[in-house]
Design a protein around this ligand. Structure first.
Ligand SMILES: [Zn+2]
Length: 489
């Protein structure tokens, strides 16, 4: 094997380009494992070539297929028969003071899944719905291999350990089995997991999160990468009442470590039936300050920025949300007007937002990803077309000056805010489809049933906010003086 590489050489190119293709040449495929980690900005590309046989300008079809766009910093290498041919290697020029290094993949059968016998010849992996398969294992080789996949052994080691009992097994078959079980979602790469940029304290604090994320990751992405992704996100929460404060606690739990809180209100005794971040000693204090102190005691690693202000225009919103990865709209007054300010600001700045509210017996929320989903004004256009009297009803409701008194219990608040936070995690990590993108979801507190109340597309032609519309439709005349107050666009 090594003789074949006699004239071979390795070139490593490091660049800071946003993405780069790595030609994955099938000739070498057996000898190289690539792992990708999106957490670094450092791009590593690697080309292996031999003078006469390999032309990396023109990789084979298979190689082309397997080219990857990635911002990768981890390359796991196996070279011929030896796993030590490429020494442990630090890249000290990595940005963000990160180190990365070459290492050999060490398969770990994800500890969240059981493996057990169904019959003598058959085994089942996984127990949770959607995460379970049955496999033939007549000679018990899979059972034994899975036991050896404990994250301490390379494919070589596993192969050597099995050779005594299964002399016909080849290294390639083990590598294939790792790929196959990886494809089924049962294997992760412990080497990549250990190379995560998380601190030991983060790994310990978020242990259960990381195990949960392992459900969604594969050999190319380690669960800690997902956690690290979340830790790097910045979320702004508008409103620190029942919605905002419970979303805040959930987001801190999942590992968002940069949070901005915006509110002008003070804690009152009647908030304490549902706003569990606050206590009697906080009565009379600004909510943003009481919430900040609560989080400081819960998780000292979270950077909380507070802003005491009553939002009065979309320009105000733009000012407070700039630089956020996600905005949570957790306030509802002024009714109809505030969501449109937030929508406008988020579309202008290209920042996604998730907004939630109550209607006595149901909670609702939706997510807008500017340019990708329809925005709130697209929804108003859609509803004006679908629902007779839509505009008149909104106007009439606004004209009553009715301000719904707070009428809710803590469990209901928590159910809907937890769902929002759960969707925020899906949105920020991409581990699973976002449920509320471009959809208004309703959750009935009495039946505990969820439904899609309205789903709408982006209306690029007619939307005055995210499209080319001129805003002449009647819905955009409603409270136009307030909606467009101080508007900069
Ligand atoms: Zn729109």
């Amino acid at each position: 094997m090594k003789a074949g590489f006699k004239n071979g050489k390795i070139q490593l190119f490091f660049s800071l380009a946003p993405s780069i293709k790595i030609p994955f040449i099938d000739f070498f495929e057996k000898f190289i494992d690539f792992s990708y980690s999106s957490k670094y900005n450092l791009i590593v590309s690697i080309f292996l070539h031999r003078e006469e046989e390999l032309n990396y300008e023109n990789p084979s079809e298979k190689g082309r297929e397997r080219s990857h766009n990635c911002s990768s910093s981890l390359i796991t290498m196996h070279w011929g028969d030896s796993t030590r041919a490429i020494p442990f290697f630090h890249l000290t020029q990595a940005p963000l003071s990160r180190r990365c290094f070459y290492m050999v993949r060490r398969p770990l059968f994800k500890p969240v899944h059981p493996v057990y016998e169904v019959t003598e010849q058959t085994i089942r992996m996984g127990d949770a719905p959607g995460y379970s398969v049955e496999l033939d294992d007549e000679n018990k080789a899979i059972r034994k291999m899975v036991k050896l996949m404990d994250g301490t052994r390379t494919i070589e080691d596993i192969h050597s350990a099995l050779l005594g009992e299964y002399p016909e097994l080849t290294r390639e078959e083990i590598a294939e089995a790792v790929e196959d079980l990886g494809g089924l979602g049962f294997i992760m790469d412990q080497a990549a997991e250990e190379a995560s940029g998380l601190t030991l304290a983060q790994k310990e604090r978020y242990k259960a999160n990381i195990r949960f994320f392992s459900l969604f990751t594969n050999l190319e992405q380690s669960p800690s990468d997902v956690q690290e992704q979340l830790s790097g996100k910045k979320v702004t929460i508008l409103g620190m009442g029942a919605f905002g404060s419970t979303v805040l606690a959930n987001l801190v739990g999942v590992g968002i470590e940069q949070i901005k809180l915006v509110d002008f209100d003070r804690v009152e005794l009647n908030n304490l039936n549902r706003q569990m971040l606050f206590n009697e000693g906080d009565i009379g204090r600004l909510k943003v300050e009481a919430a900040r102190d609560f989080i400081a005691r819960l998780h000292s690693g979270v950077a909380i920025d507070t802003e005491t202000m009553q939002i009065g225009s979309s320009a105000d919103v733009e000012q407070v949300i700039a630089g956020s990865d996600l905005v949570v709209l957790a306030a509802d007054q002024p009714f109809f007007v505030l969501p449109r300010w937030v929508n406008r600001a988020c579309v202008n700045l290209g920042i996604p937002y998730i907004a939630g509210g109550f209607n006595l017996i149901e909670g609702q929320f939706f997510l807008v990803d500017p340019g990708k989903t329809g925005c709130l004004d697209c929804m108003h256009l859609h509803r004006s077309e679908q629902v007779e009297d839509y505009v008149r009803l909104i106007e009439n409701l606004l004209n009553t000056e009715f301000r719904p008194p707070t009428a809710t219990i803590a469990p209901n608040t928590m159910m809907i805010t937890a769902m929002m936070a759960s969707d925020a995690v899906r949105f920020l990590t991409g581990i699973a489809p976002v449920q509320s993108a471009g959809k208004l979801l309703l959750f009935d507190f009495n039946t505990l049933e969820k439904k899609v109340f309205v789903e709408w597309e982006r209306n690029e032609q007619a939307c005055p906010t995210c499209g080319k519309g001129n805003g002449e439709e009647p819905i955009f005349q409603v409270r136009a003086n307030e909606v467009y107050v101080n508007a900069r666009h």
